[in-house]
Ligand binder design. Structure first.
Ligand SMILES: *Cc1c(COP(=O)(O)O)cnc(C)c1O
Length: 349
C-alpha cells in the first residue's frame, strides 16, 4: 500500500502559517478600519521595516513574490532597458515572463556565475559588450539572496556588484523571497546586506518565512518607488483589506521572530546536509548557507523515497532539493534521514 504523500521537504511554502503570525492576523480582524493601506496596522508594519533596516524606506505589501519582483523591476526600467540577472534566477526561470510583462518588454540578460551568484566581471562584460542603439540598454541587475541554490551573498559580494552598478548607472533589485534565511545565516545587520551595499529595492518574502500570504517590497531608493502604489493597483496587487497583509510583519519583525524561525530552519538544513554527506554514494551539491539542501542521490534511492511517499523537486540545481521551514522539526529530519540511510545502505537490493 502507498503511504500518503509527504510534502515536508518539498518546499518552504508547503507549511501553514506559524502560530504567532496567525494570532496577529486574528487580532487584526477586529473593528472597522480604513481600507487600501490607510489603516494603523499597515503604518505599524511599515515602521517595523524602517526600524529593522535603520533607514527611512518606503514599504508596499503585495500577494506574491512574482508580483513583488516584477513590479519592483518594472519600476526600475523603461521598456527598452534590460535587467542583468543570473541564468538560474527565479525572475528568469519561474515567473512565466511576468517581469517582462509588467515592464512592457524590458529584457532579462542572463549571465553565468558560480553557486547561483552574479559574478561582477560577468555583469561588467554584459554591460560593456555593446553600447549601440540596437542593444537593450542595461539599466538594472537583479540578484537573489539567498540564491536559488541555497547559497548566500556576503555583504562585500553585494557591495562589489554595487560598485559595478555605480560605474554603469545600474539599479539593484534583490529578490529576497528567503531574505530572512540569509540574514539569520550571516548574522549581519539587514542594512549591511542591502542599501549600504547598494541595493535600491528589495522583495522581502513573507510567505515562505511563515505568513499565510504576502510579500513586502522595500524601496531604499525612495524616488524609484514614487508611483509604485499605482503599479500595484493596476496589477491587481493593491489589497483593500491591507491590514491582513501587513499585520504578520509587525509580529515577525518587532520581536526578532523572523530571525528565530529562519535560523531554526537553517540549522535543520545544515544538520540534514551533514547527515546526508556522511553516507556513501551521496553528495551534497552546494554549500548549505540557508534552508535548502541540494543532493545527488543514486536512482534507486529516489525510487525508494518515492515509494515511501516523499515529495521533493528534482528540476532545480541538478539534484534533489530538500527545503526546511519554520515548521520543520528534528523528528522530520530524522524520519527522512532514516529512509535515505536505509535506501542507500540497501544498495538497491
Ligand atoms: C518562491 C520564490 C519567489 C516567489 O514566488 P511566488 O510563488 O510568486 O510567491 C521569488 N523568488 C524566489 C527565489 C523564490 O524562491
Amino acid at each position: 500500500m502507498q503511504p500518503p504523500p509527504n510534502y515536508t521537504f518539498a518546499s518552504d511554502n508547503t507549511s501553514g502559517a506559524c502560530p504567532e503570525v496567525l494570532e496577529a492576523v486574528l487580532r487584526a480582524n477586529s473593528g472597522r478600519l480604513p481600507s487600501y493601506g490607510e489603516d494603523f496596522l499597515t503604518a505599524e508594519a511599515s515602521d517595523a521595516f524602517r526600524e529593522v533596516f535603520e533607514t527611512d524606506c518606503d514599504v508596499y505589501f503585495v500577494f506574491t513574490g512574482t508580483a513583488a519582483n516584477s513590479l519592483a523591476l518594472a519600476s526600475l526600467c523603461q521598456s527598452y532597458h534590460s535587467v542583468i540577472t543570473h541564468e538560474f534566477a527565479h525572475v528568469e526561470t519561474d515567473e512565466c515572463g511576468a517581469p517582462e510583462f509588467f515592464s512592457n518588454g524590458t529584457k532579462l540578460l542572463l549571465t553565468a556565475g558560480p553557486l547561483g551568484k552574479l559574478d561582477p566581471e560577468a555583469v561588467e562584460r554584459t554591460v560593456t559588450k555593446r553600447r549601440d542603439l540596437h542593444y537593450p540598454k542595461p539599466r538594472a541587475m537583479s540578484l537573489s539572496c539567498p540564491t536559488e541554490l541555497g547559497t548566500v551573498y556576503r555583504p562585500a559580494e553585494v557591495a562589489a556588484l554595487g560598485a559595478v552598478a555605480q560605474r554603469h548607472g545600474l539599479r539593484i533589485h534583490m529578490d529576497g523571497a528567503r531574505f530572512a534565511n540569509a540574514v539569520a545565516s550571516l548574522g549581519v545587520a539587514p542594512a549591511e546586506l542591502t542599501w549600504r551595499a547598494g541595493v535600491d529595492v528589495l522583495s522581502f518574502g513573507g510567505t515562505k518565512l511563515g505568513s499565510p500570504v504576502g510579500e513586502a517590497v522595500v524601496f531604499f531608493n525612495r524616488p524609484l518607488g514614487e508611483e509604485f502604489a499605482y503599479r500595484c493597483k493596476q496589477a491587481g496587487q493593491l489589497a483593500s483589506k491591507m491590514r491582513f497583509l501587513a499585520a504578520p510583519w509587525t509580529v515577525l519583525l518587532r520581536q526578532g521572530l523572523w530571525l528565530e524561525i529562519a535560523g531554526r530552519a537553517n540549522a535543520l538544513a545544515r544538520s540534514l546536509a551533514e547527515a546526508l554527506a556522511a553516507l556513501p554514494d551521496v553528495s551534497v551539491l552546494y554549500p548549505v548557507e540557508a534552508n535548502a539542501v541540494f543532493v545527488q542521490l543514486p536512482e534507486h534511492v529516489h525510487e525508494s523515497l518515492r515509494r515511501r511517499g516523499w515529495k521533493y523537486y528534482l528540476f532545480i540545481g541538478g539534484g534533489a532539493r530538500f527545503m526546511c521551514s519554520w515548521s520543520t522539526t528534528r523528528e522530520d529530519v530524522d524520519l527522512l534521514m532514516g529512509d535515505v540511510r536505509e535506501a542507500v545502505l540497501s544498495g538497491g537490493q
